[in-house]
Design a protein around this ligand. Sequence first.
Ligand SMILES: [Zn+2]
Length: 323
Amino acid sequence: MTNTAFPWHSTQWSLVRKQFANDRRPHSMLLTGPADLGKREFAIKLAAFLLCSHPSEQEQCHNCAQCHLLQAGTHPDYRYVDPEDSKLIKIEQIRDLNGWLVQTSQQGGEKVVVIYPAEKMNNQSANALLKSLEEPTPNTLFVLVSDQPSRLLPTIRSRCQSFQFTPPDVATAVSWLEQNAEIHLDLHLALSLAGGSPLKVKRDINDDFLNRRAEVVTMLDSLVAHKIPALAAAAGLQKQDTREVIQIVLSLINDATKICLGSDVQDIINQDHLEVVRRLAEPGESFLFGACDQLLTTVREIESSANPNSQLLIESILIKLSV
Ligand SMILES: [Zn+2]
């Protein structure tokens, strides 16, 4: 284990450490960047570092009373706020947090709050939090973590110092994966499919994503080659997660669009399915733009509906693509 949660955090870690060492610490931080880069782990690591009584230059000691309380999940000066069992961070959670914030630190040191995913606060919750961000109690640090900071209230964003996380370079990602995952696949392809995130590759390996993807690609290929009708293809994908199927199809459509627009083959993400991508590209870019629109609309429908009719949504996408 390196002294940061992940090796690609070292720049952000040094930056934060320097600010704290020079007493230029922010009251509120916002960690942003694509999903699956370990921003939440970074926030938790920072909390542990600040709460520890005897941290080394780089990390918590793991041995003091503070570290033990934190490991046991019972540190009275640390709060982790997430959506719990609902989709949102509720106003009651923030009110409860605000009540805790005004109390003095029980261990006599820092108080740290981690909020993840911060964009899951609705307007009410965000406004309730804003009051605490505007009048911070001394020695309190807020660490908000968000994959989609544009969904946060601008007033919240403007109160926080922003720390941006980006995917690591391929060499760092590959080296980390070789040490931390059971590898039996083309890592460059897997990284490309995962938007450069080694943590997503690891999860994809563990939860069999590549096999599910292979099923979707096979089905889509048969469909565009007119070997099976749309309804049969949809039935074949019935057991899969609709949102994931859409993301896989969208990735192929994006690649097909690149082909239509004359991009280099090395810019194609789905390198292992170039034939399928080329077949999808045959109807031309305006067809693909339309398909892409429909897919994005469907994603929004799924996100906004409590109980979307997934089968129907997949069928209408596949009917469109089979023309
Ligand atoms: Zn410690």
